[in-house]
Design a protein around this ligand. Structure first.
Ligand SMILES: Cc1cc2nc3c(=O)[nH]c(=O)nc-3n(C[C@H](O)[C@H](O)[C@H](O)COP(=O)(O)O)c2cc1C
Length: 366
């Protein structure tokens, strides 16, 4: 059997597929079920110290469906906040999960207010459960930014660096910072997290969206007492945006662990995230729509991909697409060079005779 395991930040994952923070990791029972079914790891639903401040609404989901096949969900909006379950209950359940499944990777997603004491407390108390790593939720796009949490922190590089350094200082296990896509240049907060000491970057959280407006009532969806708010977009529609952001973060933060996500539904989707630099790939909406059992197809698909190409280890193909990204100028130079070559013209005395990669690709990283 193909070896699908991978070691990242000293943690061995039985396979690179990780359930992302959200409904799939909503309590200890479903976390244990995900391990039984074979997921390599799971990030629990984001927890905080004072869950009574978290008020979740019904309805809180909206779907964008295919015009041709309305059963096919293309995009998914949520206005769900982080976990509203008590912190003490979470501590007990995380401890039980780690005891029952020591070989599987359990990552605690945590969020707090802009307050060093709170971040230190949540890190110190949560790591006593035996979780393998932290993911700092600096990216929830709705509700929590009104309280200067989530994406409100992730959009401010100084705060990203500061909060990451607080968590790192208190943590004895690896710390990932989860990035918001709701920003012009995703590499800015990613680099700030690295400056704060992050071991890894997770990307992307959901993209701010409005899933639709009811043409009879004029009310936006999901509709709560006649009103709505922009929410977080996920599912297959976001995958191209996510791939671009993960690629840029991977290039900007070379050597750091990357956990990629956004619209993964098949092994082929996941492999593409790995090719742009992600060692592990997370799935949230895909598992909500298809069920936890999709892990079998993900593992089978990855094995087939590796076997067909004689790839022995998952590590061997992570990041292999990164060298093929350049700038528009880089593409123009390459095409002009190729045309000259085809026409039998020498490139020797032209700038194409030089090192094209040097001439152009530096533009990307400068
Ligand atoms: C209903 C729902 C709830 C979510 N809750 C959280 C959360 O509590 N913490 C978090 O970091 N991300 C949360 N996310 C974001 C996902 O972890 C993931 O970053 C995003 O949905 C993109 O991946 P996907 O397309 O596979 O869903 C949630 C997503 C959804 C759809």
């Amino acid at each position: 059997m193909t070896d699908l395991s991978i070691e990242v930040c000293g943690i061995r994952y039985p396979n690179p597929f990780v359930l992302a923070s959200g409904p799939p990791g909503t309590n200890g029972k479903v976390i244990q079920r995900s391990f039984e079914l074979g997921w390599g790891g799971i990030v629990c639903k984001t927890i905080c110290l004072e869950s009574d401040k978290i008020i979740n609404l019904v309805p809180r989901y909206g779907k964008l469906k295919s015009r041709k096949n309305p059963k096919d969900v293309i995009g998914f909006q949520n206005i769900e906040l982080i976990s509203d379950r008590p912190f003490e209950v979470w501590l007990k359940e995380l401890t039980e999960c780690k005891k029952a499944y020591p070989e599987h990777v359990l990552i605690a997603s945590i969020m707090e207010e802009y307050n060093k004491h709170a971040w230190v407390e949540i890190v110190e108390r949560t790591q006593e459960t035996g979780v393998d790593a932290f993911e700092l939720n600096l990216s929830c796009p709705h509700g929590l930014p009104e309280r200067r949490m989530g994406a409100a922190m992730g959009q401010d590089p100084e705060i990203v660096e500061e909060v990451t350094s607080w968590a790192k200082e208190a943590s004895s296990i690896p710390v990932y910072a989860k990035m918001t896509p709701n920003i012009t240049d995703p590499t800015v907060p990613a680099r700030a997290a690295v400056d704060g000491g992050a071991d890894g970057l997770s990307a992307i959280n959901t993209i701010l969206c409005i899933i639709g407006i009811n043409l009879d009532t004029f009310q936006p969806m999901p509709t709560v007492e006649g009103y709505s708010e922009p929410g977080g977009y996920s599912g297959q529609a976001v995958r191209p945006v996510a791939l671009r952001q993960v690629m840029e973060i991977a290039r900007a933060c070379e050597g750091k662990a990357i956990s990629g996500m956004g619209g993964v539904e098949t092994a082929e989707d996941a492999i593409q995230f790995m090719l742009v630099g992600a060692q592990t790939v997370q799935v949230c909406t895909g598992a909500m729509l298809q069920g936890y059992e999709m892990i079998t197809d993900l593992c089978d698909g990855l094995s087939t991909f590796m076997n067909e190409r004689n790839i022995a280890r998952v590590d061997d193909f992570v990041g292999k697409a990164l060298p093929y990204f350049t700038t528009h100028a880089g593409l123009v130079l390459r095409q002009q060079k190729a045309k000259r070559e085809k026409a039998g013209q020498s490139n020797r005395d032209t700038m194409w005779g030089g090192d094209i990669a040097k001439e152009t690709d530096t533009l990307v990283t400068d």
